[in-house]
Structure formats: structure tokens, C-alpha cells
Design a protein around this ligand. Sequence first.
Ligand code: A3P
Length: 320
Amino acid sequence: KYLKEDELSQECTTLLSTLPAERGWVTSALYNYQGFWHNARQLQGVLSCQKHFEAQDDDILLVTAPKSGTTWLKAILFTLVNRIRFPQTQDDHPLLSNNPHMLVPFLELKLYVEDESPDLSSLVSPRLFSTHLPYVSLPKSVQDSQCKLVYLCRNPKDTFISLWAFTNKLRLQEMGTNSLEQVFDKFCEGVSLYGPFWDHMLGYWHESLKNPEKIYFLTYEVMKEQPNLHLRKLADFLGCPFSSKEEEENVVESILKICSFDNLSNLKVNKEGKLPSGENNNAFFRKGKVGDWKNYLTTEMLERLEKICEEKLHGSGLKL
Ligand code: A3P
């Protein structure tokens, strides 16, 4: 499922040998590159997309912290920006037969890891991509162009539980599962995929305050609480507001319905399908609830996580 060391480019192998490394949650190692933790496979994709990705002014980039609701937002953004081409009420809507990850590809985990410089010329405008990259590691053309970024993160308590459950599904059977305690320490120390989680959030938070026209900052909880409001705001932000005719036809509600956890998780493609990279599509749908951490975290864990958030987010204005 993962590239072996000998399948990495010479550049990546050489770089890996110089980077701080820690034991990974799924793969043997995580490497610290530009202040954030990556596995070897994704680092190769990071280097390639930093070198070769040329953002266009009308591109839309969905940036998320892992396990913050990427799959959901991919579905929503795809349906939103393609609603003329693919009305969400159609029986053959692409979401009904494709996992959202196939419709909105990751730069560093799909496009630029499969090919050092993929041919993107056939993509229809506006192009829709996604990434988990921290702000400091974005390809330069993303910052230099007018392209828009939608950033999504989630309360660290639920993010952690979701990540723990997901990474255990990715581990090969003979590896056994990670206990909550084993990976909790790592998460708190910042050693998790694309972690430290607080630096990931803060990077985009600060940029979104400086440049609200470019970055729309969203949390899973806020989207869950007021999906209609935020879908309308996203449409405005992306320059495709809902018309009064669309409002009359309840397009907002019908987009949210097709993208809902219940709808997507019950589709055949998401129950039985697999991504080309090996993950079962159903691994991306677990509970889809806010506050599931209450079923897992001890009081001590909760206190430790809250203390970290208090310290790290202090003075930033970011509330989770
Ligand atoms: P849980 O593990 O808490 O259930 P990502 O897509 O970034 O990997 O995040 C996965 C999380 O989003 C999982 O959370 C998953 O259940 C939830 N999720 C997936 N699809 C969703 C949807 N349509 N609506 C709400 N949550 C969804």
C-alpha cells in the first residue's frame, strides 16, 4: 500500500536521511519536514507538488487537517461548484458512484505521488484540489495566485479519536492495533500526520485573518451546527452565490442532503469500494458526530489536551 524506501526518488531518500524521525502510527517512521510530520510516501508527493504544481487564479483548494471532515467537504465543494454541470438531483450524479476522494484529488497524496508532474490539462475549470499541507509548505504558486482556499479543522479531541480509529484500520493485521494511550502521547507531542495539529490550525487561522478573501476558515463543528448558513457563505466566497431561483428550489438543502453522512455512507461505492491507494472507502465514514471523544478519553487525557489547546491557542482568538 505504501511506497517502499527503494521506490522513492533519490532526492527524497537523500532528504529523509537528514530529517528528524519518529516512530509512525501506521508506517515505520514519520519525518519532520518544514516543522510538520510526514510519512515517506507523502513526503515524496509534497516535494513534487512544491516543485511542479502551478495554481491557476480560479483554482479552489480544500485544505484540511486529517480527520476533520475532508471527505464531507470534498463532497460539498464538488457538488456546489459543479451544480450546473451536474445537478444534485440527478440520478447519475457523480457522487452516487464515486467516493469524494476520487472527485477532488489530493495534491501530495494522489496526483503528485503517482506522477512527479501529472498532466492536469484536461481538468475543467474551476479545478478543485485538496491537500493536508500546512500553510508554510504550500506550493509557492498557491500563495502567489488568486486561487481560493477553504480550510477545515476540527476539535482536537474528536480529531484524535477519529485519527486513532482510522490509523488502526490502515495498519496491517499482523501489526495489531495501537492502543489509545500509545498514540495519545504522540498526538500531544505533535507527532501525528501533518502535526503538530495546533501549528496546522494556527498557520491557516492567522493567514485567514490577514486575507479573508483568500482563505475561508471553517471547523467541522460549525459546519455541523449551521450547514445551510456555511454552505451559502462558501458559495459567496467562491463566487458562485445561490440565485433566488435556486433558493426557491431548495438547492442548498438538496446539496446538503446528497452530501450527508447517512446518504454517502450507505452508497454501494462507499460500503464496498476501495481507493486505488488501498484504503476501503468505508474507512472514511465512522460515526460523523460531534463529541464522540466522550466515549473514549479519560479525565486526565481530556485535561492534558485542553491544557495544550489553551497554551498553544492562547491570544490567537481561535476558539474550538
Ligand atoms: P469520525 O471518525 O468522528 O466519525 P476525513 O474525511 O477528514 O478523513 O474525516 C473523517 C471524519 O469525518 C470521520 O469522523 C467521518 O465519520 C466523518 N465524516 C465522513 N463523511 C461525513 C459526512 N458526510 N458528514 C459528516 N461527517 C462525515
